[in-house]
Design a protein around this ligand. Structure first.
Ligand code: SAH
Ligand code: SF4
Length: 342
């Protein structure tokens, strides 16, 4: 029998045990689905993502956008292009715009202010996912109306973090996430599954960190080896383990918003549908315009690259209905405990 209390208390020995076997999967998946229904309901929220620049000054060993990768056509969208896309998204009735990019200092504090101000006029929530910036910038953008900040912690193992991020530490990542949380952003953490050298214990640490920071949003995807990176020969994460981690994250932080990620959909044609069945309640249709979209290649085999610009909206809506859930209306901010009906 699955011990849900031990999971919710993030008992590291117990978590390590149930993460390292598929023995408990049926119960884990069923429990996650029940908790999802009870705490966040049947509505699945759409978050339209604009990947506005694939320039990056960082060196994350797993990622195709890393500065050292010369095998990539780089692009930057102008402020006008970004705002025009956000308008289209708002017109389509989607209430959240996610602005994502590599860590690209080309976009100054002021340029981001300009973008945020213009998009806020559209009555949508803004999620920033642009990597680490200064604490002062986080503060200014929050005051201008940015609502959420997505910055996965990537791995909560300090040793593994240091190996994957030359010159950087998990302590530093944590400090940024805590500052973002303190400023009042809905804060998104998360991690990859199947990183080279990652153990079940490391994954248990990831769950413990989600609980520790009380993550408002949780992005979990399989690590997918990229041939243009130093880790090209690594094995990637598998579907079952990734789904197990999504489900456990739902059990550990019942009211979090948890996407069925694009990476999950990229390793299996039904990956995102499974995600929605086992705890996820968010989906992020790709609204990056062409010709840029195919160049935002974090990893190979990414889905949705060659569709018509806005096709992902209809596709993800149909996907939500196909698993018996409903398309969320409204902003889909994190529910507070006192808003929960059951
Ligand atoms: N630069 C920003 C946002 C873009 S990267 C940031 O780092 O926060 C967005 C996410 O892509 C990262 O958090 C990472 O978890 C994921 N990612 C990068 N390379 C990947 C790979 N090879 N396989 C799977 N996910 C990857
Ligand atoms: Fe840059 Fe983000 Fe990729 Fe790291 S994960 S190389 S910060 S885009």
């Amino acid at each position: 029998m699955l011990d849900v209390k031990k999971i919710q208390n993030v008992d590291l020995d117990y978590l390590t045990h149930i993460i390292s076997t598929d023995e408990y999967d049926e119960e884990i998946f069923r429990t996650a689905d029940e908790i999802r229904r009870k705490y966040v309901g049947d509505e699945v929220y759409l978050r339209a993502i604009i990947e506005f620049s694939n320039y990056c000054s960082q060196h994350c060993l797993y990622c195709g956008l890393r500065a050292e990768n010369k095998n990539l056509t780089r692009y930057r969208m102008s402020v006008e292009e970004i705002v025009a896309r956000a308008k289209l998204i708002a017109q389509m009735g989607i209430k959240t715009v996610v602005l994502q990019s590599g860590e690209d200092p080309y976009y100054t504090t002021e340029m981001m202010c300009d973008i945020i101000k213009q998009i806020k006029e559209l009555d949508v929530a803004i999620t920033l996912s642009i990597g680490e910036r200064t604490f002062e910038e986080y503060r200014i953008w929050k005051e201008l109306g940015a609502d959420r900040y997505l910055m996965r912690h990537e791995t909560a193992s300090p040793e593994l973090y240091a190996k994957l991020h030359p010159g950087d530490t998990f302590e530093n990542r944590k400090a940024h996430l805590y500052e973002i949380k303190r400023l009042g952003y809905e804060t998104g953490a998360g991690f990859m599954v199947g990183l080279p050298g990652q153990t079940p214990y490391d994954l248990a640490l990831d769950l413990a960190f989600l609980k520790e920071i009380d993550a408002d949003m949780i992005g979990i995807g399989p690590y997918i080896p990229n041939p243009d990176t130093p880790l090209k020969d690594a094995n990637g994460g598998d579907l079952k383990t990734t789904l197990r981690m999504v489900a456990l994250a739902r059990i550990v932080v019942p009211t979090a918003n948890i996407p069925a990620t694009t990476a999950l959909g990229s390793i299996n044609p039904y990956g995102r549908q499974y995600g929605l069945k086992y705890g996820a309640n968010v989906i992020m249709p790709n609204l990056t315009p062409n010709p840029y979209r195919p160049n935002y290649s974090l990893y190979p085999g990414k889905i949705c690259l060659f569709e018509k610009d806005t096709a992902c909206v209809e596709c993800t809506k149909a996907m939500i209905k196909s698993v018996g859930l409903t398309v969320g209306e409204g902003f889909g901010s994190r529910k507070r405990i006192d808003e929960i009906f059951v």
